[in-house]
Design a protein around this ligand. Structure first.
Ligand SMILES: Nc1ncnc2c1ncn2[C@@H]1O[C@H](COP(=O)(O)OP(=O)(O)O)[C@@H](O)[C@H]1O
Ligand SMILES: N[C@@H](CC(=O)OP(=O)(O)O)C(=O)O
Length: 390
């Protein structure tokens, strides 16, 4: 291990999957404290507890089918902010000189839709100023300031983007992203337990995986990391953060992405499809997270939104088409060439994904356990009994 280098702080991001119970904030805090001697300074991007952002969004939709983007952003940012305050609290409690900062102190600027704004600038000065006063900064992920000085979100799951932006801003050696998987696998290990962990992976491949609906990394975060040659290190939530995938360079193993969340509409009328595609392109100017592709299924063209349509924008654009909730996107990201994407019936998705995975990776690997959601994810929307902390 090299000696402390205060000029190159470590940059960590803890995803929502790392925060299931209050004890997890203590575990993460202890891990951060243990790593502090490596650099003397750590910037930690923090996501909302698993499930919280979705719960807030559902609660708001109980009041309004189409809340404004401004109100949605104002609500959703609270979840990551709460989480970053809780982590700073846990750090201070064990004697770390930690400080929580808000979006206005992160140095990130953005424009476009307040619920999915485009990152336009990174100013390192505020982060360095904050680091001059403490050894660990916790900051809510997925937030920036727009031209009206309002706090906006960079879209769902965009904490990864904040983390890479912080790493770029501080000239960090790498951006370490912690979640509920030990690294990136050849398929989502919760869906295909036989998936294999990949130790080295190129930026282009992981970006194709994200664009095909694999949730583990935000595609714009991968883009930015590639442009600035910042390696992303994916590892599992503490305390077992030993194994990892390093994303850098160009290694491109085959991966299978079974997108259980994809949203699909059938467009038998080609003119309606052309209009919808044009409106998608316009919407993308405002919200870069709006991404869709056109695929055939049984001779009919379909518009597909990988990863689903959390804010309902594609539902509005496709209002004149027939939703196909029984179809899902299945993608093979390969060594060379474009990914191969097709639509399959939902009931066949896992069987077909497994068949394709087996063609590339014949042997069986031990499955991980089930995925967890925080019982505290309702903290902001309903009262919960305090949980004893171990
Ligand atoms: N190929 C893959 N390798 C690893 N994880 C994957 C893959 N595809 C999808 N995932 C999913 O990504 C999830 C982690 O991303 P995410 O849910 O955004 O976590 P976090 O909330 O910690 O950011 C895992 O729980 C897993 O289900
Ligand atoms: N509030 C964001 C936070 C985020 O990016 O979450 P995660 O890192 O857990 O995907 C969201 O869920 O949209």
């Amino acid at each position: 291990m090299s000696g402390p280098s205060p000029d190159r702080p470590l940059v960590f991001k803890f995803g929502g999957a790392c925060f299931i119970t209050m004890g997890d904030y203590q575990r993460v805090a202890r891990y951060i404290a243990d790593r502090l001697p490596e650099a003397g300074r750590i910037v930690v991007v923090v996501s909302a507890m698993s499930g919280t952002t979705g719960n807030l969004q559902n609660a708001q939709r109980d009041l309004s089918a189409r809340p404004s983007a401004t109100l949605t952003a104002a609500l959703l940012i609270t979840a990551d902010t709460v989480s970053s305050v809780l982590l700073a609290t846990a750090l201070c409690e064990i004697g770390v000189n930690a400080r929580q900062i808000e979006a206005r102190q992160e140095g990130l600027t953005a424009s476009g839709s307040p619920q999915g704004a485009r990152l336009t600038g990174i100013d390192p000065a505020p982060l360095w100023a904050a680091l001059a006063t403490c050894t660990v900064i916790t900051m809510p992920g997925g937030q920036a300031i727009d031209e009206n000085n309002a706090v906006v979100t960079l879209g769902r799951n965009s904490s990864d983007l904040s983390a890479v932006a912080a790493a770029v801003s501080l000239n960090a050696e790498a951006c370490e992203i912690f979640s509920d998987v030990p690294g990136v696998f050849t398929a989502d290990p919760y869906l295909l337990p036989e998936a294999r962990m990949i130790s080295d992976l190129g930026y282009a491949t992981v970006k194709q995986m994200s664009l095909a609906g694999a949730k583990m990394l935000h595609p714009r975060a991968v883009d930015m990391a590639e442009r600035h040659a910042v390696p992303i290190i994916c590892r599992t939530c503490p305390p077992d953060a030993t194994s990892r995938t390093v994303i850098s360079g160009t290694a491109s193993p085959t991966a299978i992405i079974a997108d259980t969340r994809s949203a699909v509409w059938a467009f038998p009328d080609h003119r309606l499809l052309a209009k919808a595609v044009a409106r998608m392109a316009e919407a993308q100017l405002e919200d870069p997270g709006m991404y869709g592709l056109v695929l055939d299924f049984e001779g009919v063209k379909h518009l597909v939104i990988p990863g689903g349509d959390p804010h309902g924008a594609a539902h509005r654009i496709c209002a004149a088409a027939s939703p196909r909730t029984d179809l899902r996107l299945l993608t093979t990201v390969r060594d060379a060439g474009d990914p191969e994407s097709l639509l399959v019936l939902e009931g066949d998705l896992l069987v077909e994904a497994r068949r394709r995975h087996l063609m590339h990776y014949p042997s069986f690997v031990q499955p991980p356990g089930g995925k967890a959601r925080s019982p505290l994810s309702g903290l902001l929307t309903r009262s919960v009994a305090p949980e004893p902390v171990s």
